[in-house]
Design a protein around this ligand. Structure first.
Ligand SMILES: C[S@@+](CC[C@H](N)C(=O)[O-])C[C@H]1O[C@@H](n2cnc3c(N)ncnc32)[C@H](O)[C@@H]1O
Ligand SMILES: [Zn+2]
Ligand SMILES: [Zn+2]
Length: 340
């Protein structure tokens, strides 16, 4: 494997290395930048580098560092409340009528810039917010008037991938298909159990694309591994939604599939209508062209075939829309279904 293939999409100009023979498996998430990466042949070798090159105050466990890094990103990010207005409206419009007095669980609530918490508190008896970063949710909750705050329940520090704890072990040796399958089902079970529930509605807010980030920051792996990991994370997420939603309840999975950082042509589509955007995106999706990750049609088929959704109403995939995060435009879809 070429070293340049060890990274998913970014090009780096310099590498440090443990110097051992064998393929690089780990990347130092502490000193990784857009221009530099230190690679190591094993987690043990990586820790040896971190003990000599970095301060002792860094946690030895990669998952703990990933959680802190996410918290720092949320803390440092700009005020995007106004910028998110149309995206927020899209998310709020996914809440079907008839949920009054029920419970809602939002996965990846974070800073809650894509949520109208006051509106949700009027509509639901209890609003559960879930994120790895508890601080971001506390800040969002504490901005609300008392009547809204009382309805909100926070679930901080919860890893929705359920697989972060495998970061170091799987970085050394990725499991075979049977073990991966088993880990996926255990992770979905454990995460859903930690949420409590089931809830009358579950809403996932563009957290799916984020679940792979700590792995991308810490692993050097072949394309086949990224493909399997990505599918596993999607399966865990679908499993968590299925288990956390009460029978007859509603789910909306909002997920981003492509960024203008990887597909600059998205920037030209900012002013287009929903129909025009759909046509433009579809025309780019012919074989050998752009790839959406995850593929919305495949995800829809997965939900349809898995038996977790009612047939009537059938699972519904929205047209895509563009979400401006201030640093890039992201192509977003929502997949809604009723729990069977
Ligand atoms: C793109 S943001 C979602 C937008 C968010 N609702 C807002 O308005 O700020 C993704 C959120 O997912 C959270 N996140 C990332 N990885 C996670 C994980 N493994 N488990 C739980 N939350 C995670 C991040 O902390 C972040 O708040
Ligand atoms: Zn380092
Ligand atoms: Zn080594």
């Amino acid at each position: 494997m070429e070293l340049s293939q060890a990274f998913r999409s970014e090009e780096r100009v310099a590498f440090g290395s443990c110097g051992h023979a064998g393929p690089p498996r780990r990347v130092c998430d502490i000193c990784k930048t857009m221009q530099y990466a230190h690679v190591a042949c094993s987690s043990e070798c990586l820790r040896a580098h971190q003990r000599t090159a970095h301060e002792a105050s860094w946690p030895a466990d990669t998952a703990t560092r990933a959680g802190s890094a996410q918290q720092l990103r949320n803390r440092r990010s700009k005020d995007v409340w106004e910028l998110f207005a149309s995206h927020r409206e899209r998310l709020m419009s996914l809440i079907p009528p008839g949920t009054e007095g029920g419970t809602l669980c939002v996965l990846g609530a974070g800073k809650c810039d894509d949520l109208d918490l006051a509106r949700l508190a009027r509509q639901f008896a209890r609003v559960h917010l879930v994120d790895l970063d508890g601080e971001a949710m506390e800040r969002a909750r504490d901005r609300q008037p008392a009547a809204v705050r009382e309805v909100i329940e926070l679930h901080p520090g919860l890893d929705l991938s359920g697989l972060l704890e495998r970061l170091d072990a799987w970085g050394d040796e990725f499991p075979d298909d049977a073990a991966l399958h088993e880990a996926v089902s255990r992770a979905a079970h454990r995460v859903a159990g930690a949420l409590g529930g089931p809830f009358n509605m579950t809403l996932s807010t563009c957290v799916l694309s984020q679940l792979i980030v700590p792995f991308q920051n810490a692993w050097a792996a072949p394309a086949s591994t990224w493909c399997k990991l990505s599918a596993a994370l999607t399966a865990v997420h679908a499993g968590v939604l299925a288990r956390a939603t009460a029978a007859g309840g509603a789910t909306s999975l909002v997920f981003d599939v492509l960024s203008s950082e990887d597909a600059p042509w998205l920037l030209e589509l900012k002013k287009q209508t929903a129909e025009q955007l759909q046509v433009a995106v579809d025309s780019r999706l012919r074989p050998g062209k752009e790839v959406l990750e995850p593929d919305p049609s495949a995800l829809l088929a997965h939900i349809r075939d898995s038996g977790i959704a009612t047939q009537s109403p059938a699972p519904h995939l929205t047209r895509p829309w563009l979400w401006d995060t201030g640093t890039a435009l992201h192509l977003v879809y929502a997949l809604s279904f009723r729990r069977s």
